[in-house]
Design a protein around this ligand. Structure first.
Ligand code: WTA
Length: 647
């Protein structure tokens, strides 16, 4: 059956940067001669000294090496702040909407410059310099952006840790990148509740657990007072008390790291994805401009968190590089009620709204209440990111948030890709609800079978990207071998996304979801291995296996199989305790939905857990288990099926 197609609304199509013809032409040029294409596009960024080299990239096994613009120098903060001062000093750079309805703030580019430069000087006072790592564990407040930009200004490498992570998860990340300083706040606020950030950092750092950290800078965001630990801790406002606003941006090489961002993989601990300066800035700013067809006077709102890549590329670096007014929202779409998003749109006259399917489904669950109390007439473009958007959610978003006037730009990309890879760029194409549609310039998506053979025409397979693009991650912090292993070894000489996709008869892409052991829960990426290792850290857990299953609101839910150690009673109380344990060991976003007691786990004779079978049982598809002939003990499976929880 042919998919339903929506035309780009005329009001958008008429003025958009792209038309189907100009998209095709530019795309063809980007593929035919990437070197010439990016040599030209690289100029959108201000360089202290220009690049002569453009693309030096190799995916060769054992020698993956990705460099763009490698002899150019620049500063990312300069590009987001200073370069706008001549023409945009009084333009609003950041609109901040607090968790509570009446709390807001406007920050102009001039003010942004002052805040960032002062804080950068504060960091210098603490001994932070070029190449040092700084962890940022902050609520969604403008100071989070100041902190990121201040690091970029002095050449320090930031690593933002999502404010929902627990002390252990903080410690792992801080230690992996050997951060010298942690920047946090006393408290965050979300949905009317306080988030204890400083206490979490204290726990993470307690008993010498993070020996590289010399200082913790604490923003006093709420009235709650915490004891500071001298001389380690310092208040943000006291640190910058005597700092001036004169701080010249460090001259950085294009390939100097800009930030590290930890993300989950299918095995082991989270990976420190490294993005460098030049290519990332070119790609983040260009994709931001094209995906949302940005205009000078737009108010743009990406409702993600700066703790994720979406916040890096599309709240901070992309929009600010483009001189766009970017809105930061501290709260959640359902507080005080589901009409909040619409009301924020009206209040700040937002033109572009970029959010996640999970938020859309949460609003959709309340019928059309989300559309009450607002007109949302200022909106021109809607965006979606983080997981496949189901056609029902797409249509609800289109009709009830966008008044059937605004295209839904479904953007597919990843932490590792730095920016958007596939989307219905306005007005390059029509839209099909559920399809991310077409590749961005320079991106060559292909489908392959499990052996890596190319698949042509309308088909489904594993999604790879041939060749490199400037925004691509360069390595994993301290582990280039794992970088090669994870992305370039499954299939040779290409980048493997870890996602599956379908290409329809028109050549449009439909992302079907992860084909590895990575879960996508409410748009948050979680490795099954991470959750399992949190579980087995509990003294009663002998073995644990985690799989995903389809969940109406969250996209995927977390289904856990636990074998307890001999002699322990597997009770309901223990279940509650294990749920609490995972929340505090890792994060509330990793809260298990089901914990099934498993006297044994299905294993091959060589001892490998057969996740495929566990997945089927969790998805309530046990009648179709596939080949079970390699099972060491088939009776284990019958008992798991009999006691399954998701019926
Ligand atoms: C998934 C978020 C379908 C995908 C930017 C990917 C999507 C993972 C989409 C990356 C989309 C993201 N349609 N799936 N529009 N966007 N994904 O690193 O599985 O947090 O591999 O980056 O999210 O998640 P990450």
């Amino acid at each position: 059956m042919a998919a339903k197609t929506y035309a780009m609304p005329t009001a958008v199509a008429e003025h958009a940067r792209l038309s189907p013809a100009s998209y095709q032409e530019k795309y063809a040029a980007s593929i035919a001669d990437p070197e010439a294409f990016w040599r030209e596009e690289g100029k959108r960024i201000n360089w202290f000294s220009p690049y002569s080299k453009v693309k030096e990239t190799s995916y060769a096994p054992g020698n993956v090496n990705i460099r763009w613009f490698s002899d150019g120098t620049l500063n990312a903060c300069y590009n987001c702040v200073d370069r706008h001062l001549p023409k945009r000093a009084d333009k609003t750079a950041i609109i901040w909407e607090g968790d509570e309805v009446d709390v807001q703030k406007h920050v102009t580019f001039r003010e942004l410059h002052e805040h960032v430069a002062r804080f950068a000087n504060g960091l210098k006072k603490l001994g932070v310099g070029k190449g040092d790592r700084v962890a940022i564990y902050m609520p969604m407040v403008p100071e989070a952006a100041y902190a990121m930009l201040a690091c970029a200004r002095i050449g320090a490498v930031h690593s933002v840790i999502f404010g929902g992570f627990s002390p252990n998860a903080i410690a792992d990340r801080v230690n992996d990148c050997e951060a010298k300083v942690v920047i946090t706040a006393n408290e965050g606020r979300r949905g009317g509740k306080a988030v204890p950030l400083k206490p979490n950092v204290d726990k993470a750092l307690s008993k010498g657990a993070c020996p590289t950290v010399d200082h913790v800078v604490i923003l006093k965001h709420t009235d709650t007072d915490y004891e500071l630990e001298a001389p380690r801790d310092v208040w943000w406002h006291e640190l910058i008390g005597d700092c001036d606003t004169d701080c010249s941006p460090e001259v950085m090489n294009a390939e100097d790291p800009l930030f590290i961002l930890y993300t989950s993989g299918s095995t082991g601990k989270p990976k420190g994805v490294v993005h460098t300066t030049g290519g990332y800035m070119v790609y983040a700013s260009m994709t931001h401009e094209y995906a949302f067809d940005i205009r000078e006077d737009d108010v743009y709102w990406c409702a993600a968190d700066v703790g994720w890549i979406t916040g890096h590329s599309y709240i901070v670096y992309g929009p600010l590089a483009n001189g766009t007014t970017t809105l930061m929202f501290e709260g959640v779409p359902t507080y005080p009620d589901v009409s909040r998003i619409g009301k924020v749109v009206d209040k700040h006259q937002v033109n572009i709204l970029y959010t996640a399917p999970t938020a859309i489904r949460a609003l959709m669950a309340k019928g059309t209440a989300a559309a009450k109390g607002s007109t949302r007439e200022s909106l021109r473009i809607l965006g979606s990111v983080g997981e496949p958007i189901n056609p029902e959610a797409w249509e609800w978003y289109y009709n009830h948030i966008g008044n059937s006037q605004c295209p839904v730009i479904d953007t597919f990309w990843q932490t590792e890709t730095g920016g958007i890879l596939i989307a219905p760029f306005p007005a390059a194409t029509d839209m099909k609800p559920g399809s991310a549609m077409l590749p961005f310039f320079g991106i060559k998506p292909k489908l392959v079978d499990n052996e890596g053979h190319p698949l042509e025409g309308a088909t489904e397979g594993n999604l790879i990207i041939e060749d490199s693009w400037p925004g691509q991650a360069r390595t994993l912090w301290g582990d280039h071998e794992r970088f090669e292993q994870t992305y370039f070894s499954t299939y040779k000489n290409v980048y493997f996304t870890g996602d599956g996709a379908r290409r329809d008869e028109d050549g449009h892409f439909w992302i079907t979801g992860r084909v590895d052991d990575v879960l996508n829960v409410s748009g948050h990426r979680l490795g099954t291995a991470e959750i399992e290792s949190a579980l087995v850290a509990h003294e009663v857990v002998a073995e644990a296996a985690v799989v995903g299953y389809p969940h109406d609101l969250k996209g995927q839910g977390i289904y856990v199989y636990v074998t307890v150690v001999d002699g322990v009673n597997a009770t309901d109380e223990l279940r509650v305790e294990l749920v609490k344990w995972v929340r505090s060991e890792l994060s509330p976003i990793a809260t298990p939905d089901f914990i099934q007691w498993a006297p044994g786990l299905p294993k091959t004779r060589s001892g490998k857990i057969m996740r495929r079978i566990l997945r089927k049982i969790a998805c309530n598809e046990h009648s179709n288990l596939g080949d079970t002939s390699t099972l060491a003990d088939p009776s284990v499976v019958d008992s798991l099926i009999e006691n399954r929880l998701n019926r």
